[in-house]
Design a protein around this ligand. Structure first.
Ligand code: ADP
Ligand code: ADP
Length: 232
C-alpha cells in the first residue's frame, strides 16, 4: 500500500545542512497497522509527513496504492491526497467550527453538496462515538473527544491510508487506550492501512502489527512487534 524508496530529507539549518532522513526504504502492506518508533529528533515527523508529501523528500520516491506521488503535478497530488487521512498530536481543529463542521470541512473544500455531506458525516460521528456532540465546539470537548473529531475528519474523504502523528501523546493513559481501541476498530472495519509514529513503546505494543525503529534518520530495525521487542 505504501512504498518508500530511498527517501532522504535535508533541511537547511542555521548550522548548515541537517540530514533528517537518510535512505529510508520501507514497505507497508494493505490493511496493516505499522508503527514507527524513535526518540525525539530521530526523524519520525519528517518521515510521516513525507508519506503525504506535506514535506517533499530531497531524494527518493513515495508510492501510495501503486502511484508515485513524487512525480505528480499539484492538481494530481491534491487528488491523490484524498486517499491519505492524517491525525495530529494537537488535533488541529478549527475552534470557530462545530464538531460537525470540522468533519465536513474537507468535503466542503471538494465542493460536495450539503445533503451529501450530511449523509457522509453523520455515520462517521456515530463511528467515533460523537453522534450526540455534533453541535458542540472544540472548546467544549475533552482531549479524547477532540481526537475523535480529528479521526472522523481524517476519514471523511474515505482514505485508504490513515497517518497518525503522535496521535495520543497529548492524552492521559486511559484516554490513550480508548483512542487506540478506536483506531484498531477502524482498521478492522474499514480495512484501512494505518501508520503510527510515536515515542511511546506501549502504543506500538498495544496497536501495531509491525514496527520500524528509527534512529538518526535511519531504520535500525524492523519486523513484527513481538520479535522486535522481545529480548532473546
Ligand atoms: P522527530 O519527529 O523524531 O522528533 P523530526 O522529524 O521532527 O524528528 O526531526 C528530525 C531532525 O530534523 C531533527 O534534527 C530536527 O531538528 C530536524 N528538523 C525537523 N524539521 C526541520 C525544519 N523544518 N528545519 C530544520 N530542521 C528540521
Ligand atoms: P512535534 O514533536 O510535535 O512534531 P516539533 O517541535 O518536532 O513538534 O516540530 C514542530 C514543527 O517545527 C514541525 O513542522 C517541524 O518540521 C518544525 N521543526 C522541528 N525541528 C525544527 C528545527 N530544528 N528547525 C526548524 N523547524 C523545525
Amino acid at each position: 500500500m505504501i512504498q518508500l524508496q530511498g527517501i532522504t530529507k535535508f533541511y537547511a539549518g542555521s548550522a548548515g545542512r541537517v540530514e533528517a532522513l537518510s535512505g529510508i526504504d520501507l514497505k507497508i502492506d494493505p490493511g496493516e497497522i505499522f508503527g514507527i518508533i524513535g526518540r525525539s529528533g530521530a526523524g519520525k515527523s519528517t518521515l510521516i509527513r513525507c508519506i503525504n508529501l506535506l514535506e517533499r523528500p530531497s531524494e527518493g520516491h513515495v508510492l501510495v496504492a501503486g502511484r508515485d506521488l513524487t512525480v505528480l503535478d499539484a492538481a494530481a497530488l491534491r487528488a491523490a491526497r484524498h486517499e491519505i487521512g492524517m491525525i495530529f498530536q494537537h488535533f488541529n481543529l478549527l475552534s470557530s467550527r462545530t464538531v460537525f463542521d470540522n468533519v465536513a470541512l474537507p468535503l466542503e473544500l471538494i465542493g460536495m453538496t450539503r445533503s451529501a455531506i450530511e449523509e457522509r458525516v453523520t455515520p462517521l460521528l456515530d463511528l467515533v462515538g460523537l453522534g450526540d456532540h455534533r453541535g458542540r465546539y472544540p472548546a467544549q470537548l475533552s482531549g479524547g473527544q477532540k481526537q475523535r473529531v480529528g479521526i472522523a475528519r481524517a476519514l471523511a474523504s474515505q482514505p485508504k491510508v490513515l497517518l497518525c502523528d503522535e496521535a495520543t501523546s497529548a492524552l492521559d493513559p486511559e484516554t490513550t487506550r480508548s483512542i487506540l481501541a478506536l483506531l484498531r476498530d477502524i482498521n478492522r472495519r474499514l480495512g484501512l492501512t494505518v501508520v503510527v509514529i510515536t515515542h511511546e513503546m506501549q502504543v506500538i505494543k498495544d496497536l501495531c502489527d509491525r514496527v520500524a525503529v528509527l534512529d538518526g534518520g535511519r531504520i535500525i530495525e524492523q519486523g513484527d512487534v513481538f520479535s522486535v521487542f522481545t529480548q532473546p
